[in-house]
Write a protein that binds this ligand. Structure first.
Ligand code: ZN
Length: 422
């Protein structure tokens, strides 16, 4: 399972490739692409997917009969990195650097002194207008060099990074970056109009003893596990919905992010096509917001809440937060516990130390657009937002099994606080 995860991560250097690669895996399983620019004709038992901006994707599978509700997962396909600016080359006397700015909250130190590659998308001029081309240069092309300890004797006493000075990467060649992107896009340089390009760590994932390490485990480990669960689940009387959102790492407030209309409009279209109303369907629906969680750190156990420290290989994490930055409440936790018990998968409970603010994630943001029962879950990992993250070797399979069981279940809401989940 972890080798398949590493292949998925390697194929998904940015959210654009994550959406495209996931679409290819869905098509191989008989899922048909829909376009937001067209009206949808949907058939009972049908399998479909739709993308927005080429970087977010929603796939769904309809039951043969009238669906009871939506059983959904959401994960994100973007990760913290550096975006390459439009005028990309910083030309020096002896070398070229790339001009970058931060995307999301990365751990800067982990990005230094390692070969980096470039991926994303380019917009090119065509005969009829403009078109999008996916770009993945694959090769080691850039590196952000540290300053030697001899010139910064305080480097081990808490480093400070100025993005404009310290984080600009050295480019392997002297110039020619724009031409290289045009070549990768398959156009003449004058037909390359603009781009959304990012640095990424091309290092392959590794399994070592009880652990796995790889780039972008947050959140491709959940994106992958949810996809496997979605594709392998048995039949249910609910409609299964798999969401992969872009822009979680920068707050989700984009036309394709979790705060956008993408999920609500997709569910509305499904309801319209089947003669249902979303308000009734949503009341009996359930969404699992899947994003990784902080494992108790072996060198810093003091950062974990005493009673809610989660460990790698301990199973799926249910995340709680009184301020509801995590959507989990007693109802959704009880429903997800039922899923884990049916799946035979261990689960553990996470909460931040009350004096430490955690990050926010997809669920609470999506809930403002389409409101329904949600729980926040994930897998325990170390070094979140590092260029190379670490998680438990057994946990990918735990999440796949839990979500496979979840997607195979039918949820019936009594509307009076009673639920049937089987
Ligand atoms: Zn995440």
């Amino acid at each position: 399972m972890n080798q398949a995860l590493f292949s998925y991560i390697a194929a998904c250097p940015t959210a654009f490739q994550a959406a495209a690669h996931t679409a290819a895996l869905l098509e191989a399983e008989g899922y048909r692409p829909l376009r937001e620019t067209e009206e949808w004709m949907l058939e009972p038992g049908g399998r479909y997917y739709v993308t927005r901006n080429g970087s977010s994707l929603i796939a769904f599978r309809l039951p043969k009969g009238r669906p009871v509700g939506f059983m959904m997962t959401a994960a994100h396909g973007d990760s913290p990195t550096f975006k390459i600016k439009e005028n990309a080359e910083l030309t020096g006397e002896n070398e070229t650097r790339l001009s970058v700015e931060g995307y999301g909250g990365m751990l800067c130190a982990s990005w230094m002194d390692r070969p980096l590659s470039v991926a994303g998308r380019a917009m090119v001029r065509t005969e009829n207008g403009v078109a999008m081309r996916l770009i993945d240069l694959h090769d080691d092309l850039a590196l952000i060099p540290n300053v030697a300890i001899h010139m910064n004797r305080d480097a081990n006493n808490g480093a400070k990074y100025n993005f404009a000075v310290d984080m600009q990467p050295l480019y392997g060649e002297k110039g020619g970056f724009h031409r290289r992107i045009a070549e990768a896009a398959g156009v003449a340089e004058e037909d390359l109009l603009t781009h959304d390009l990012f640095l990424y760590n091309p290092q392959p994932g590794v399994e070592w003893g009880d652990y796995i390490s790889a780039p972008r485990l947050d959140d491709l480990q959940c994106a992958f596990a949810a996809l496997q669960g979605f594709l392998t689940a048995g039949e249910s009387q609910s409609a299964a919905v798999y969401c992969l959102f872009d822009n979680e790492e920068v707050g989700s407030q984009t036309k394709q992010g979790a705060a956008s209309t993408f999920l609500r409009e997709t569910l509305e279209r499904i309801c319209d096509a089947l003669g249902l109303t979303l308000r009734t369907m949503a009341a009996g629906s359930f969404l699992l917001s899947c994003d990784n969680a902080h494992a108790v750190h072996p060198n810093h156990p003091e950062y974990a809440d005493k009673n809610h420290a989660v460990r790698m290989n301990g199973g799926v994490v249910i995340k709680y937060n009184a301020s509801q930055r995590y959507t989990t409440d007693a109802v959704s936790a009880a429903l997800f516990q039922t899923v884990c018990e049916a799946a035979g998968v261990p689960f553990q409970r996470y909460a931040n130390r009350p004096d430490m603010a955690g990050g926010s994630t997809l669920g609470s943001i999506a809930n403002t657009q389409v409101s329904l029962n949600m729980a926040d879950i994930g897998l325990a990992q170390l070094a979140m937002h590092s260029a190379f993250e670490t998680a438990g070797a057994e946990d990918t399979a735990h999440m796949v099994q839990a979500l496979k069981t979840f997607f195979g279940m039918t949820l019936r809401s009594g509307g009076d606080g009673t639920y049937q989940l089987r």
